[in-house]
Design a protein around this ligand. Structure first.
Ligand code: C2O
Ligand code: CU
Ligand code: CU
Length: 485
C-alpha cells in the first residue's frame, strides 16, 4: 500500500466528520486536508469604465481560504486568487502595488502587449518590503482580446511567491461579445501545505524538475461543483498559474470548443477533446452543456525528467492514483433544455508572419547542466550557455522588424518558453508546420526537441525578458534580457 493510500484511509474517520460528508481528499505527504465539492465561486471582478481601471493590489502573508480550509499563504488583497481585472483594448490600467510582505516583489502583466519601460510592464523594477509602486499600462487600441494574468517577477523569488498564492486573471473583453449563458474564470494553481497549513518549501529535486504542488485548486477550491442546463453555452477562461505543472485538460462527455489560447484568438471556434496548458498558458473555452455529470480533469502528461531521477510523474494529487487523472472540477447538467445559442461572431483572421521578410535569425538553446555533481548541487539552467544577469543584454532587436528564432532543447525535460510583450507565431514544431497561424506567448519546447517561431517586434521599444516558465528554472537562471530599439 502506498504511503498516500495509508494516509487517506488513516485520516478518513475524523476527516469525514469535519467535512460533513461533502467528500474529502488527503494530499500526498502534506497531510493538509481539504473539503472538496463546494459550489464553484468566481474570483472577485474589477472592471474598467470610461477607458480606465485603477486598482490597489496588496501582496501580503496571512490566513487565506484554500480548499475549504484556512491556510497560511500569500495573497493579493487577502485572497487566492487575486481579483480578476477586466479591461478593454485602448484602456489605461493603473495598479498601486503595495508590498506588505517581508521580501521584495514586483508585478508583471503576463501576455499583455504593453510597454516594458518605466512604470509599465518593467520586471527590473523592485518593490521593497513596506513600499508601494504605481504601475500604469496603456493597452493599444487594437490589443487582442483574450485571457491574461498577473504575477510577481522578482528574479530568484518568482516560483516561491506564485506557489504561495500571488496570481490573478486579466481579461481583455471582445469588441463583439460572444453570447453565452454564463462566463466563468478558472484560475488553476497548485500548492503543497504541511499539516499546519503552511506552504512547503522546495526540495533540491523540486528545484531541478520544477515543483508540483500536491494540491491542485481552481480559484482556491478543491473540485468545485458547477451546474448548468442542457444546451446552455458557457465560456470558461482557464489560466495555468502552476509553477511547473502541465495541465492536459479533458471534459469527457461534454462538448468543448476552443476560442483561442493566450492572446491568439481563432477566426471560428475549434472543437477540442483535449487542451494542453503548459505553465503560464491560458485557454478560452466554450462548453455546450450535455445532460449528465462530467469532470474537468487533467490527464497525465509526460514532461520528461533528468537521467536517474523519478520525474514529476509520481503519485498525482487530489486522490488520483499514480499517473491517473486529476479531477479539477465537476459539472452537473440537468433540468429543462435551454434554447440553442446563437452563432459565435467570426473574428478577423489572425496576422500571419509566414511570408514576412525576416530581418534576423537567432538560435536559443536551453540547457540544464552540472549533472553528476549530486542532485541540486552545482546545477546550471542556461540559455545559450549563460545564466540570467539583469545588467547584461543578451539579445538586441531592431524595432518594428520580424525575427525568426529557433528554440532548441537538448535537455531531457520540456521547457515552456515565454517572451514578454511580443507574442510569437509558431512556424514549425517538431518538424511540423501548422496549417493556420498559431499564436502563443508560452510555447512548449519538448525534451530533445525544437520549435521555430516568428516575432513581430512592433509598437514598443525597451528592455524586457524571455525565460522558461517552469519558474524554478527561471529563478535559477534560465532567462535572458532582450532590448528592442
Ligand atoms: Cu508569466 Cu515572465 O512571466
Ligand atoms: Cu510574462
Ligand atoms: Cu525549464
Amino acid at each position: 500500500m502506498s504511503r498516500r493510500n495509508a494516509l487517506r484511509l488513516g485520516g478518513l474517520g475524523t476527516a469525514a466528520i469535519a467535512a460533513g460528508g461533502a467528500g474529502l481528499w488527503w494530499t500526498g505527504s502534506s497531510r493538509f486536508s481539504t473539503v472538496a465539492g463546494g459550489d464553484f465561486t468566481d474570483p472577485k471582478q474589477l472592471r474598467s469604465s470610461n477607458g480606465r481601471l485603477q486598482v490597489r493590489l496588496e501582496a501580503s502573508a496571512g490566513s487565506v481560504q484554500l480548499g475549504g480550509q484556512q491556510a497560511s499563504a500569500l495573497g493579493y488583497n487577502g485572497g487566492i486568487p487575486g481579483p480578476t481585472l477586466r479591461l478593454r483594448s485602448g484602456d489605461v490600467f493603473a495598479v498601486e502595488l503595495v508590498n506588505s510582505m517581508d521580501v521584495p516583489t514586483n508585478l508583471h502583466v503576463h501576455g499583455l502587449h504593453v510597454s516594458p519601460q518605466g512604470n509599465g510592464d518593467n520586471v527590473f523594477n523592485v518593490v521593497e518590503p513596506g513600499h508601494s509602486f504605481r504601475y500604469e499600462y496603456r493597452l493599444p487600441a487594437d490589443h487582442p482580446p483574450g485571457v491574461y494574468w498577473y504575477h510577481p517577477h522578482h528574479h530568484g523569488m518568482v516560483a516561491d511567491q506564485i506557489f504561495a498564492g500571488l496570481f490573478g486573471a486579466i481579461i481583455v473583453e471582445d469588441a463583439q461579445p460572444v453570447d453565452v449563458s454564463r462566463e466563468r474564470v478558472m484560475v488553476v494553481s497548485d500548492i503543497t501545505l504541511d499539516g499546519s497549513g503552511t506552504v512547503a518549501g522546495p526540495s533540491p529535486m523540486d528545484r531541478m524538475l520544477g515543483r508540483e504542488g500536491e494540491l491542485v485548486l481552481v480559484n482556491g477550491q478543491s473540485n468545485p461543483k458547477l451546474s448548468a442546463r442542457p444546451g446552455e453555452r458557457e465560456r470558461w477562461r482557464i489560466v495555468n498559474t502552476c509553477v511547473a505543472r502541465y495541465l492536459q485538460l479533458r471534459l469527457d462527455g461534454q462538448q468543448m470548443q476552443l476560442l483561442g489560447m493566450d492572446s491568439g484568438r481563432f477566426p471560428t471556434p475549434r472543437n477540442a477533446d483535449e487542451v494542453l496548458l503548459a505553465p503560464g498558458n491560458r485557454a478560452d473555452v466554450l462548453v455546450t452543456a450535455v445532460e449528465g455529470d462530467a469532470t474537468l480533469s487533467a490527464v497525465y502528461y509526460n514532461r520528461g525528467s533528468m537521467a536517474g531521477m523519478t520525474g514529476p510523474a509520481g503519485p498525482a494529487p487530489n486522490g488520483a492514483q499514480g499517473t491517473g487523472d486529476l479531477v479539477l472540477a465537476t459539472l452537473s447538467v440537468s433540468g429543462a433544455p435551454a434554447e440553442p445559442p446563437p452563432a459565435v461572431p467570426a473574428r478577423p483572421a489572425a496576422a500571419d508572419l509566414r511570408t514576412a521578410a525576416v530581418a534576423a535569425r537567432r538560435q536559443l538553446t536551453f540547457a540544464v547542466g552540472g549533472m553528476g555533481m549530486g542532485m541540486g548541487m552545482g546545477m546550471s539552467f542556461t540559455i545559450n550557455g549563460r545564466e540570467f544577469n539583469a545588467s547584461r543584454t543578451d539579445t538586441t532587436v531592431a524595432a518594428q522588424t520580424v525575427e525568426e528564432w529557433t528554440l532548441m532543447n537538448p535537455s531531457p525535460m520540456d521547457h515552456p518558453f515565454h517572451l514578454h510583450v511580443w507574442p510569437m507565431q509558431i512556424i514549425e514544431e517538431q518538424s511540423q508546420a501548422p496549417g493556420q497561424p498559431v499564436w502563443r506567448d508560452v510555447i512548449n519546447i519538448p525534451a530533445n526537441g525544437q520549435v521555430r517561431v516568428r516575432i513581430h517586434f512592433k509598437d514598443f521599444t525597451g528592455r524586457s525578458v524571455y525565460h522558461c516558465h517552469i519558474l524554478d528554472h527561471e529563478d535559477q537562471g534560465m532567462m535572458g534580457v532582450i532590448e528592442v530599439r
